[in-house]
Write a protein that binds this ligand. Structure first.
Ligand SMILES: Cc1cc2nc3c(=O)[nH]c(=O)nc-3n(C[C@H](O)[C@H](O)[C@H](O)COP(=O)(O)OP(=O)(O)OC[C@H]3O[C@@H](n4cnc5c(N)ncnc54)[C@H](O)[C@@H]3O)c2cc1C
Length: 388
């Protein structure tokens, strides 16, 4: 290990991996540190959808579109396969009202560079023959993709290491050490102090605590989600499928109430994944079988053939949620060499490459593809009222 890297990246999830990859590709000496192993956090307990249609239009969609380009080129360039498949996704309407709203959203997205084809009931059944007969239609987005998130994270880490990055696992960061001016001098680990020119915190749902301990504030909260994995079966869903109500579940209130929205996809290994649930119940990652049952029932409402399916396993993960549902990327005004990269909620896999590119461009001082100020951690700074 080098005695003093230019940049320490805390977290070997998909976001930290993408930051390290882009920094290393720019010639920066990087060390990735994680208390466990690669993709041991949320990036190893999720799905791998790379979607544009569901994104917030002003600040999230530009990041998603850039990321979609980058994932495609990474799939072509990186030596390790990560089951990238630009299979397209179908948004399925349950009611006529949802059909109208979905067609309107497709029109808005078309103006922003996302192509969608509106499907009537017959068109939906052509795209997905297992659809329930009462469904009015949907929208096909051919640009959407799917990948295997653990393989993709590992592929980015391996590519970063091939470019000279160092990987130090099984190393807990206890504290970010700051000098009197507020700048970081390095990080204190269980194995000693690691000096660094800059620190990138990509610690997912654990970012808040780590920064709080050094006097900085990011309001990231865990939002639990569960996935039901089905046994291999001859029933294959060609596209990635989501119900139109999915966006309402994502944008819904930040609270403990359970929100279920159908997402279904077949995987490269022949299983199928059923989601999705959202619930704020702290850092609990225990599987709740009643939630898994509700996920399966919702999927079978859209695709009745799934009533015959058998579950292989269920897992739970935590999405890093911010109050405004927009990621936090960039340095603090009061600590200009501490950069945050988190808060991507249910889109961290999709948005990781553009996040890594932004972080590398920030560090090297190159112009960024999208304005870094949109994602600044300072937007949550507490307002101090002047005393009268
Ligand atoms: C059920 C579910 C389904 C999802 N589906 C999708 C999807 O289809 N598409 C999509 O784009 N996103 C999806 N997501 C969201 C996605 O999983 C996350 O946004 C993403 O994985 C976050 O990545 P990350 O690198 O920020 O965090 P993580 O993967 O959690 O990585 C953070 C890392 O930091 C390390 N760490 C934390 N604290 C410390 C410390 N003090 N010292 C050292 N290391 C530390 C942890 O060990 C961990 O490895 C889903 C999430 C869930 C829960």
């Amino acid at each position: 290990m080098s005695s003093s890297p230019d940049v320490v990246v805390v977290g070997a999830g998909v976001v930290g991996a993408a930051c390290a990859y882009h920094l290393a590709a720019a010639g920066v000496r990087v060390r990735i540190l994680d208390r466990a192993y690669v993709a041991s956090g949320s990036s190893g307990a999720c799905e791998g959808n790379v979607l544009a249609w569901d994104k917030e239009l002003e600040r999230e969609l530009p990041l998603a579109l850039r990321s979609a380009e980058l994932w495609q080129s990474l799939a072509e360039r990186l030596p390790d396969d990560f089951e990238y498949d630009r299979k397209g996704s179908v948004v399925v309407a349950e009611t006529e009202a949802e059909m109208i709203a979905s067609a309107e959203r497709a029109q808005v997205l078309a103006g922003l560079g996302v192509h969608g084809e509106v499907l009537d009931a017959d068109g939906l059944r052509r795209e997905e023959p297992h659809s329930a007969h009462d469904l009015p239609g949907g929208v096909l987005y051919t640009g959407d993709a799917q990948l295997e998130p653990r393989l993709a994270t590992a592929a980015l880490v391996r590519a970063a290491v091939a470019l000279g990055a160092e990987l130090q696992l099984d190393t807990e960061i206890r504290r970010i050490v700051r000098d009197p001016s507020g700048r970081a001098t390095g990080v204190e680990t269980a194995n000693g102090f690691v000096p660094a020119g800059a620190v990138v915190i990509a610690a997912g749902v654990w970012t808040r605590q780590l920064l709080q301990d050094c006097g900085l504030h990011v309001p990231v909260e865990p939002r639990k989600g569960q996935i039901v994995v089905l046994e291999r079966s001859p029933v294959v869903f060609r596209r990635k499928l989501s119900e139109a109500g999915y966006v309402a579940a994502v944008e819904g209130g930040n609270d403990a109430a359970l929100a279920i929205a159908m997402v279904v996809e077949s995987t490269g290994s022949g299983t199928a994944l059923l989601g999705s649930s959202r619930q704020q119940v702290g850092f609990d990652r225990e599987v709740d079988i009643s939630v898994a049952g509700a996920i399966a029932a919702r999927a079978a409402r859209f695709f009745p053939i799934l009533r015959e399916a058998r579950a292989l396993r269920v897992y739970a993960g935590l999405r890093p949620l911010t109050p405004d549902h927009i990621p936090i990327i960039g340095p603090f005004a009061e600590a200009s060499n501490i950069c945050v990269a988190t808060g991507h909620e249910g889109a961290g896999i999709g948005l990781a490459p553009a996040t890594g590119e932004l972080v590398a461009d920030w560090y090297t001082g190159s112009g960024t593809q999208v304005p870094l100020s949109w994602y600044s951690p300072d937007r949550f700074a507490p307002v101090e009222l002047a005393a009268t």
